[in-house]
Design a protein around this ligand. Structure first.
Ligand SMILES: C[S@@+](CC[C@H](N)C(=O)[O-])C[C@H]1O[C@@H](n2cnc3c(N)ncnc32)[C@H](O)[C@@H]1O
Length: 264
């Protein structure tokens, strides 16, 4: 495995128990029957009952098992051993019948020889991937002809701005492809505990994302952009009653989330 991915896997193994204990993942609520998916992806993916669904970068499986609760036959994939171990133990406890595979997306063809009706991935996924052509090839490889690929993720414009001391958002990073190494010593997006290990992130422009999917052979049905975020990307953001996070001012002036649906 690429050395940078090994660094990231260690980081995700450290984050997993912190996330599992956090209020935002609310594992106890999930055990009581909560569906963790948003109305956006539920509506845009459509009815999954009886369909086979491959969930890429499934973390410890709450969204995967939510699709199972909605009737899909689910396979989740993640490269973090801690995340897959926890996903399997939650699924055993709850009897939801999801299957979890421990693999990097880039090595998935070695671990899985199947095609699915739906390939799904969401919220905080592309920034951990150095190479989108390899990602799109894995999607194409594991999708049935006529099958649906769906992604909802943070919009690339969110990777550009940082809040200044006065609270204004200022451009701090490139919009275009860039590798970034963060040294650790910061809390994750869920839970307050410090994550000590370093992590690589990659910025991908919207053009790069769409072009990778087209280049792999997929046909794009829609690309939607939204002026709210699926997570608290900056400390000043507030959560609305609809569950989405927004900036307190001028919150509708730039895209913070996108979704794409494509067919093979
Ligand atoms: C932010 S989480 C996904 C979030 C998911 N929507 C959730 O909230 O549960 C990102 C996941 O990507 C996984 N990941 C990062 N790089 C990966 C790779 N190359 N192959 C497979 N999984 C990877 C991490 O282990 C982590 O579980």
């Amino acid at each position: 495995m690429d050395e940078r991915l090994q660094v990231n896997r260690k980081n995700w193994n450290e984050r997993t128990p912190v996330h599992a204990a956090s209020e935002s993942y609310d594992v106890e609520g999930f055990k009581s029957g909560r569906i963790t998916l948003n109305s956006l992806e539920r509506e845009e993916v459509g009815d999954v009952s009886g369909k086979t669904l491959l969930h890429l970068q499934c973390h410890f499986g709450l969204d995967s098992m939510s699709w199972a609760r909605l009737g899909a036959r689910v396979t989740g994939v993640d490269f973090s051993d801690a995340a897959i171990e926890l996903a399997r133990s939650l699924d055993d406890e709850l009897g939801l019948g999801a299957r979890f595979i421990h693999s990097s997306i880039y090595d998935l063809a070695d671990a899985l020889d199947e095609e699915f009706d739906i390939v799904f991935t969401s919220y905080g996924v592309l920034c951990w991937l150095p190479d989108l052509d390899g990602w799109a090839a894995a999607i194409y490889r594991h999708l049935k002809t006529g099958g649906t690929f769906y992604i909802a993720d943070g919009h690339p414009s969110m990777g550009v701005f940082e809040p200044s001391e006065s609270g204004d958002m200022l451009p701090a990073y490139s919009y275009f492809y860039e590798e970034r190494l963060f040294e650790g010593g910061e809390p994750s997006y869920a839970g307050s505990q410090i994550i000590e290990s370093p992590v690589y992130e990659w910025q991908h422009s919207l053009g790069e994302i769409v072009t990778a999917l087209i280049g792999a052979g997929l046909t794009i049905e829609f690309l939607h952009e939204f002026p709210f975020s699926g997570y608290r990307a900056h400390s000043m953001m507030e959560r609305g009653e609809d569950g989405w996070w927004r900036f307190p001012e001028r919150n509708d002036s730039f895209p913070q989330l996108f979704s794409i649906r494509a067919k093979k």
